[in-house]
Design a protein around this ligand. Sequence first.
Ligand code: FOL
Length: 182
Amino acid sequence: SMDNMAYSVIAAVSKNGGIGYKGDLPWRIKKEMEYFNRMTTQVNQSGLQNAVIMGRCTWQSIPDKYRPLKGRKNVVISKTLNVVPEGVLLFPNLKEAIKSLYLNDHIEKLWVIGGSGLYNEAINDKNCKKLYITKIDQEYLCDTFFPDFDLKEFEEINETNVPKEVQEDNGIKYEFKVFKRL
Ligand code: FOL
C-alpha cells in the first residue's frame, strides 16, 4: 500500500537550532556521525538497503571519501544538478523521489538527511512518521537551521538501538531523541 511510502528524518541540531555553516557541519563529533551511519545503514531484512535522500547542498557537503554514502542507496533532490556518480539517483523533488523508490526499488527504509529545505517539507508531510534528532548541548555559529516543528504533532518515544543516556565526546554533550508523528 502507499503507507509503505513512510519515511524518517535524521538530523543533529545545536542548542541554537543550527544544522550547518558555510556548506559544512558546524561541529565534528565522530561518535555522533557513527550513530548517523549506523541508523541510516542498519536493516532487518538482509539483501535490502535503506535510501538516504538529500538536497544538493547536503550532497556536496559530504567529503569525497564518504560520497556516495556506502551501503545505502543515495538519492539527490535537485532541479539544477545534472550529473551524479553511477548508482546515485537524481530527482527534481521529494515526492517524485519517494514515489519512484517505492515503485522501482527494493528499499527497506527511507531517510531524509537534509538540508533545511527538505527537512521543512518532511516535517509538514504526514508520510514523515519519525524524527531522529540529536540535540547537541552547545551553541555554534550556524547559517542553516532545523525548521520549527509543531510539538503537538509529535510525541517523544524510546526505541531499542537508540541510547537514552546523555552522550559526551570531547567535552561536547549530546542526546539522541526520537519523535513519532501522532
Ligand atoms: N544526522 C545526524 N544525527 N548527524 C549528522 O551529522 C547528520 N548529518 C547530515 C544529516 N543528518 C545527520 C548531513 N551531513 C556525512 C557527512 C555529512 C553529513 C552526513 C554524512 C558522512 O560523511 N557520513 C559518513 C561518515 C562515516 C563515519 O564517519 O563513521 C557515513 O558513512 O555515514
